[in-house]
Design a protein around this ligand. Sequence first.
Ligand code: TYD
Ligand code: MG
Length: 426
Amino acid sequence: MVEEVRRTAGAGRRGLGAGGGRSDGSAAVTPVALRDVAAIEQARLPTGIGELDNVLGGGIVPGSLVLIGGSPGIGKSTLTTMALANLHEAGQKTLYVSAEESAAQIRLRAARLRPAALGIPVIAETDLPTVLATLERERPAVCVIDSVQTLHAPELSSAAGSVAQVREVAGELMRVAKALRIAVLVVGHVTKDGALAGPRVLEHLVDCVLQFEGERERTYRTVRAVKNRFGSTNEAGVFEMRDDGLVEVLDASARFVGEATRAPGSVVLAAVEGSRPLLVEVQALVSSSELVPPRRVVSGLDRNRLALVLAVLARHAGIGAGSCDVFVNVVGGVRVEEPGADLAVALAVASAVRGVAMSSAGGRPLACFGELGLTGELRSVAHAERRLSEAAKFGLEPVVEPSAHPTLRAALAHALGGRPRGALAA
Ligand code: TYD
Ligand code: MG
């Protein structure tokens, strides 16, 4: 049961009245052809953080509502503070509303960032009407609400963060933002399984949903758009958390390739983050287990895909890991949830099982991509050219991929040098 606020006390039941008019007195409106609708000038407000602007589609659209979701400690407050600092420095009126931390705590964070961050006006407030009144008086161009789950609407008796509260808070922010053309960056928490906490309706309401991913303990974090009314959802940005805030990682592929180990169980995946190619190292460890069933641990990947890959490896390549623990890890805290990662997982596991490093030209890591079909075939995936050219940029050629190797067996034969033992026996 979701508690709701009833706003229009006087409005009676709606229905058709006698003369075709409506009994509640509401009048019809005339539809207009799209070409006659006045176009709005969408001058964007650049946040000065290239990767973030890119994900947003070229900056923040005035009057838009952007939801930034991420787990605690990932850097949502840091990222939004940095964006406001840049906007403030560029002469835009900004406001940071924190319903989580005291002004002193926000100051402490800002002091680690650029000096301009100390110029951002802040309020530490959890009461929704107070925040709305402040917005109406201050009329900033861009405002950060940190977070939607901790603001409280007093008309509702439920606790802050409940479905009814989150919906009410977001709805009211939306109303004020659209009326006053205030761009609002709303910070939202995510649940353990990565979904935005609170109702799905939040995602429908806002113009843009950004997801901030990565693990707190790891260096690299990615921001990607899950929904964007003003741009594509194909962009992703990679950041690194440093002592002085988040730093854009523009050469992510170079770093990951440079750090790749080339040991048995390691392979480079030519992934695509949004529309951007990214080379990441995938590592596997296979060791005998005392557990029944043995462990299947993944990090940065979908666990069910690992189960599928292991089944295909066992059935179609004769490489079984049945009684072994299998660990698969995407290095650096990057998440790759695309079918194109299948082949990398398969090669890494096969190489780990055999204890053989991938054979590749010039001692460089071996790059691959491709989806595994249930019959052991390799299926093509999107953006093959981008993946190939990114690999070529770092001299990782030839790439093991579906157009060169139609089956998993062929890919394994190439990657593990000649015919892998037992693999072709069946
Ligand atoms: P924070 O932005 O507060 O995360 P969120 O709002 O998503 O919960 O920051 C997360 C972590 O980042 C925090 O544990 C401290 C660390 N951090 C740095 O390493 N460097 C910095 O410059 C800042 C501001 C934070
Ligand atoms: Mg925070």
